[in-house]
Design a protein around this ligand. Sequence first.
Ligand SMILES: Cc1cc2nc3c(=O)[nH]c(=O)nc-3n(C[C@H](O)[C@H](O)[C@H](O)COP(=O)(O)OP(=O)(O)OC[C@H]3O[C@@H](n4cnc5c(N)ncnc54)[C@H](O)[C@@H]3O)c2cc1C
Ligand code: SF4
Length: 328
Amino acid sequence: MINFDYIKPSSQKAAIDALNKDATAQFIAGGTNLVDLMKRGVTAPQKLIDITNLPLKNIEQRKGFIRIGALALNSDVSEHELINKKLPLLSQALQAGASPQLRNMATVGGNMMQRTRCTYFYDTTMPCNKRQPGSGCGALKGYNRMHAILGASDKCIAVHPSDMCIALAALDATVVISSNKGDRRIPFADFHRLPGLTPEKDNNLQKGEMITSIEVPDNDALAKRSLYIKIRDRASYAFALVSVAVALDMKGNTIANARLAMGGVAHKPWRLIAAENFLKGKTVSVENFKQAAAIAMKDAKGYGYNNFKLKLAPNTITETLKKVSGIT
Ligand SMILES: Cc1cc2nc3c(=O)[nH]c(=O)nc-3n(C[C@H](O)[C@H](O)[C@H](O)COP(=O)(O)OP(=O)(O)OC[C@H]3O[C@@H](n4cnc5c(N)ncnc54)[C@H](O)[C@@H]3O)c2cc1C
Ligand code: SF4
């Protein structure tokens, strides 16, 4: 591990100023991802700015939305009464992630910024365009069982690892970002990026910016019928092979509104807009759910070891829709 400076500012302005001053400085929150990356030599910041003193831990009801501070712990969010009542999908997704110990350290902002779990990215002896642009992609023709089937490029086929972010994408959250220029808001769906020609960029956060909170619309109809299902190699402490977040607003047997997102399949939380549009106004039936899943998979492509996801993903979509709508 390299030497680095460490500071713990007590104001947001001081933290952002420190980030702007030093090209290699990075924020550290729970440290559950960043410290691993430093130990393995994937990243080498010369200054760590510990932001855990900042007052960004609140979870509160506002008019029409719920605001969650970027430093709220994953465990606190998942167990919070308001979140359990109003955003059960988010609570379920968080509970499906990592382990209780990790959730006790991990923060909302850090979870959004965590880097891919592609093993070639962590192994500095292997080529990886995300770690070292232009070096190649070890996974493309390598052991790519965990990798993407949607939205990938020939530069990178990594997947986004977060469970929490899949629920937030389905729930149409907004990311609040602060910098010395003020605040800006971006839709959650536009925060993370597809790899394209620049897989080294995971998201659209700019230099000198801090995630300060997430705002999630308050929608009781969608909260009533929502479900997160995660398929993984073991029941805990494992990243998703495929995960599906579904929220349905039902009027009797008819779907008035549907929200669907998938994890473990793409470089960013993958929203299934075409499948949502198909389901709108349809009655609940296995046939309609299978068709929605087929629409979602239209452009899916396997890379060898991950071909099994081409079946696993639509099956998981269908099963999640069946469960959430009460078809057994
Ligand atoms: C063994 C293991 C298993 C895991 N399993 C899962 C799993 O199944 N599902 C899952 O979703 N996750 C899983 N995780 C990942 C875990 O959820 C993340 O490591 C965690 O959420 C990161 O949060 P943190 O606060 O510790 O971030 P840190 O490690 O402190 O920071 C991560 C990155 O975020 C940046 N950052 C932090 N806060 C901000 C902010 N407010 N604004 C801008 N940048 C910021 C930091 O600069 C850094 O680049 C696992 C992790 C481990 C180690
Ligand atoms: S899939 Fe992406 S992260 Fe993995 S080796 Fe290829 S370029 Fe690197």
